[in-house]
Design a binder for this molecule. Structure first.
Ligand code: HAM
Length: 420
């Protein structure tokens, strides 16, 4: 029979990687907790309009990458390509701003974008997403970036480059857009067909065009930092100063605009040199108009998302993604097998990881299996040991063995393993 394989760009996370995911998630939860962020879980599917209105109709994500379907009642629904829009929808829907003027939320889960799959780029990928509502002061920007860098380095990532920029606000962005349009019109012949179209639909999107021939032209385009109004300039200056206070090293990249339309003022990305072409491990920024654009109150926001798969692929191999077993029970003969069956399950119920083999194989092959399972100890007993009312507990590393009376089996083993 022909095999059915996974869909292109959709990847299984095998047990060893899942172990790393769990480790990262627990670091995230611990750190976010101390910065006052609370977990929220939002649906994987939303009404298509939510993403169109937030990410922007003329972004690559909305134009080319969303998984959108007509539901059975013909309503258009979309597998979420990112979490910010969904978290804001929930924030508005549950009136969270009324209960708490400053709301700090995070969510972890899969996102879907129909991009061309390549190393570090998938069609289903996981994000750790963080959003902070209700604070427009530059300290909030610095706090969010500090927490992100603390989290990434806490996971063991090294050689990270943090790039920041300011994307201005509705007061100053139009003059920048106009300067970009004027510039691009003069260089239209050097641009790809998509960018030629973008001049008229969404000129800022040319900055994240992935076509190589556009890059040389775009490098000469006006820089947004030269167009900031006094308030945005002051905000950006203060963000940089607070980052300095927190000893966060950054580079200003005035060409970084990010691929989503909702950003205002601070935008940032973290790159890891080990990642290759898809080198952004995290990205985020401020979105002061988005909550009200989605029908909520005029509440500012800022957040970021970390690409889980990219983060995991940067982790140094410190040997922690190895499964370990506390005890392997090597029972020889039918009497011993019967005792072992009860004992193994009793130990598992008491929180030890225990394994046994039901095939009643030779001691040699059972010890081989214990090694394969990275067992710390193996309990060995057969007819002879049962007659003597004892079993042998073998330390698999030192190979030392000690006799344990059968009638004190679960307690003695638990004590020895827990005190190890
Ligand atoms: P984003 O830059 O589109 O931002 O995605 C954030 C991170 O998700 C990227 O830096 C990357 O690590 C990862 N990522 C994105 N696409 C893929 C893919 N196809 N395969 C693997 N990893 C990927 C956002 O999504 C914003 N919602 C972030 C944000 C939150 N801004 C404010 N709040």
């Amino acid at each position: 029979m022909e095999k059915i394989t996974a869909i292109r760009g959709f990847k299984d996370i095998l047990p060893q990687d899942a172990l790393l995911f769990r480790k990262i998630e627990s670091i995230a939860r611990r750190i976010f907790d101390s910065f006052g962020f609370r977990e929220i879980r939002v649906p994987l599917i939303e009404k298509t309009d939510l993403f169109k209105r937030s990410i922007g109709e003329t972004t690559d994500i909305v134009e080319k990458e969303m998984y959108t379907f007509a539901d059975r009642d013909q309503e258009l629904i979309t597998l979420r390509p990112e979490a910010t829009a969904s978290v804001i929808r929930a924030y508005i829907e549950h009136n969270m701003h009324a209960a708490e003027p400053i709301t700090k939320l995070f969510t972890i889960g899969p996102m879907f974008r129909r991009e061309r799959p390549q190393k570090g780029r998938f069609r289903q990928f996981n994000q750790i997403d963080v959003e902070l509502f209700g604070e427009e002061k530059p300290q909030a920007d610095a706090e969010i970036i500090f927490m992100l860098m603390h989290f990434l380095t806490g996971c063991g990532l090294q050689n990270l480059v943090l790039e920041i920029n300011s994307l201005g606000c509705p007061a100053c962005r139009p003059s920048f857009s106009k300067a970009v349009i004027d510039f691009l019109k003069g260089s239209e012949a050097n641009l790809c067909p998509d960018c030629q179209r973008r001049i008229h639909t969404n000129p800022l999107r040319v900055f994240d065009c992935k076509v190589e021939t556009c890059a040389a032209t775009i490098a000469r385009a006006p820089a947004i930092l030269d167009f900031l109004c006094a308030d945005c300039h002051d905000h950006f200056t203060q963000v940089k100063s607070f980052l300095d206070d927190l000893n966060i090293t950054f580079a200003v990249n005035s060409r970084m605009v990010r691929g989503l339309d909702y950003y205002t003022r601070t935008a940032f990305e973290v790159k890891a040199s080990t990642l290759g072409a898809q080198n952004a491990v995290a990205g985020g920024g401020r979105y002061n108009g988005l909550v009200s654009d989605l029908g909520g109150p005029a509440v500012p926001g800022i957040g970021f998302a970390v690409g889980f798969e990219r983060l995991v692929s940067c982790l140094p191999d410190d040997g922690t993604n190895i499964f370990k077993t506390d005890l392997f029970v090597a029972a020889l003969g039918s009497k011993a097998q019967k005792i072992a069956f009860g004992l193994t399950n009793q130990l598992r119920a008491q929180g030890l990881s225990a394994e046994m083999d039901y095939a009643d194989k030779s001691l040699k092959s059972q010890l081989k299996r214990a090694d394969k399972l990275n067992a710390s100890f193996t309990l060995i007993f057969g007819d002879k040991e049962i007659e003597e009312q004892q079993a042998l507990l073998r330390n698999m590393q030192t190979k030392d063995q000690q006799a344990i009376p059968l009638d004190r089996l679960p307690e003695s083993i638990i004590k020895i393993i827990k005190e190890r």
